[in-house]
Design a protein around this ligand. Structure first.
Ligand code: ME8
Length: 523
């Protein structure tokens, strides 16, 4: 089977990362880890979008060169991904020479195939979205709304890509490929936007008088490449596309990696970039329909119902949240409090509740009491023995059925539901302690065999949980297994789960709190 290839949007390096960036990277990281857990080889690509007017302006404002500016901001993204355990296989930084070579080779091909032409343009331009605006973008009052940021009037000559040649193909492609966009309800927005594109071509250049911070056009050195054209190409350039032709060593074998299974992106960059420009670029380069990747479109994290923005001063810093609730606490919250594809509100009370009640109170407490009791009553040694009863059977059934339900939700990108399936084991096991009352059993010598079975059931349930939650909270599950003193075989997969992971006579480790108590500072 080919490797599972997953990408994220590459983040603009004109500012520090915020919670929305963190959410997207955690989402993709969770899916990458989950696919590995299913036994799939994975290539996970993420990175930074370093060119463009926004960056050039931010650098000017900061009084530094664009290179120095992007280096400084890129470091912040890299440090955050390290902190949050984002385990990527490829890093797409668009100022990388390897990327430039592929962008230029593609532009040259499109140029040679008659897909590019030069024409004069007069009209309005949004600096924030780096996009030319037409009357269709005007609101009811005839103005360009605040979402476009500063809008300037331009009169310039540019190179255009013949998008309009491919609109009919794309319309048919979208209609005949219901899986192209997840969630499916967003396909309608795309079809509507596509009708607005009819007859319009895409300007893929910016004159150097206006913008120098970009990849020069290979056939006209008075221009640099439009940042979206350059940025979208990252999905193939860092996957080894044209690697031999342009001399890019050390990249994956493109023929084995492509097509990409999932481009994970936010809803704001679906139209026109990912659902119109990108498939048309691939189609124009000769990619067959079955090699057009699926778009996984996630919603937005808002704050008290409002969009996060620097001007509102409500931008959430993932570093701060992670310092408070640990990286796993943040990962868990970001995955359990949103349904993939929909928006959610970032809420401090819910974050604290998720950490204190669910992670510390539910999972941490289960582990802590299990290891403590096993140490106290049996010196940490597990002996499943032959005792059995209905209560044990019921817990074993929950443990046996959870992985299948969990995997089906995870495969459908319903991560929050996948977590809920895994959590059924935790809830059941905690109730199991309350029903079986091991501390009472420990006082009665006649109940010794039952106590052995109870302790074994708890530890074994925890071993299963540690596997299911691995993609979501990888640091905590590793620590959990350290306390269980259990190291699964390398490349352990979901299908290796069975009752009896911990052998008879297994020695458990020592207990330490998995999720330390929150120290809340007054807000
Ligand atoms: O758009 N909640 O970069 P970007 C959830 N460079 N996701 C959010 C969010 C929020 N509040 N705010 C932003 C770009 N995002 C381009 C992408 S890809 C070839 C080029 C998401 O830094 C956003 O939807 O503005 C996007 O997917 C990602 O963060 C990067 O946004």
């Amino acid at each position: 089977m080919k490797p599972y290839y997953i990408t994220t949007a590459i983040d603009y390096t004109n500012g520090a990362p915020h919670i929305g960036h963190a959410y997207e990277k955690v989402l993709a990281d969770v899916m990458a880890r989950f696919q590995r857990l299913q036994g799939r080889e994975v290539f996970f690509l993420t990175g930074v979008d370093q060119y463009g007017q926004k960056v050039q302006k931010s650098a000017e404002a900061a009084g530094v060169t664009p290179t120095a500016f992007v280096e400084a901001t890129t470091v912040k993204f890299l440090a955050l991904w390290e902190k949050l355990g984002i385990k990527y296989d490829g890093w797409a930084a668009t100022t990388d020479e390897k990327h430039r070579r592929v962008v230029q080779a593609i532009l040259q091909k499109l140029h040679d195939n008659g897909q590019l032409y030069k024409k004069s343009y007069q009209g309005f331009y949004s600096e924030r979205q780096e996009q030319f605006l037409t009357d269709k973008e005007r609101d009811a009052e005839g103005n360009f709304g605040p979402e476009w940021g500063t809008v300037v009037e331009l009169h310039e000559e540019n190179w255009f890509f013949k998008l309009s040649d491919h609109v009919d193909w794309l319309r048919e492609f979208i209609k005949s490929h219901p899986d192209f966009i997840f969630p499916a309800f967003r396909a309608n927005d795309v079809l509507n936007a596509l009708e607005n594109t009819v007859g319009q071509d895409l300007s893929i250049s910016r004159p150097k008088e206006r913008l120098t911070w970009g990849i020069p056009l290979p056939f006209d050195d008075r221009y640099v490449t439009y940042v979206w054209f350059d940025a979208l190409t990252n999905y193939i350039s860092f996957a080894g596309y044209l690697a031999d032709e342009v001399g890019n060593p050390g990249l994956p074998d493109f023929s084995k990696l492509w097509p990409c299974e999932a481009h994970v992106i936010g809803k704001d960059i679906l139209v026109p970039a990912h659902a119109i420009y990108w498939p048309i670029m691939l189609h124009a380069l000769g990619f067959p329909d079955e090699h057009i990747p699926q778009l996984i479109v996630h919603g937005w994290w808002n704050v008290k119902g409002q969009k996060m923005s620097k001007s509102l001063g409500n931008v959430i810093d993932p570093n701060q949240v992670s310092d408070l609730v640990t990286a796993d606490g943040l990962r868990y919250y970001l995955m359990r409090d949103i349904a993939t594809g929909y928006d959610a509100d970032s809420n401090t009370e819910r974050l604290h509740m998720a950490y204190s009640k669910e992670l510390a109170g539910g999972l941490g407490n289960l582990l802590n009491r299990t290891i403590n009791m096993a140490q106290k009553y049996r010196s940490g040694i597990l002996t499943p023995g032959s005792y059995d009863d209905e209560i044990n059977v019921a817990l074993r059934q929950t443990v046996a059925s959870a992985p299948i339900a969990y995997a089906s939700k995870m495969n459908a990108w319903a991560i929050h539901d996948g977590i809920a399936e895994a959590w059924k084991i935790i809830d059941h096991a905690n109730k199991f302690v309350d029903t079986t009352l091991p501390f009472k059993l420990a006082k009665d010598p006649e109940q010794a065999a039952r106590l052995d079975s109870v302790l074994y059931h708890l530890a074994e349930s925890l071993a299963h949980i540690s596997i299911l939650l691995d993609p979501i909270i990888p640091t905590a599950t590793r620590k959990l297994r350290e306390q269980l003193n259990w190291i699964p075989a390398e490349k352990f997969t979901l299908s290796d789960l069975h009752w009896g992971l911990l052998p008879t006579g297994h020695q458990l480790g020592t207990p330490t709190p998995l999720f330390p108590q929150l120290i809340l500072l007054a807000e």
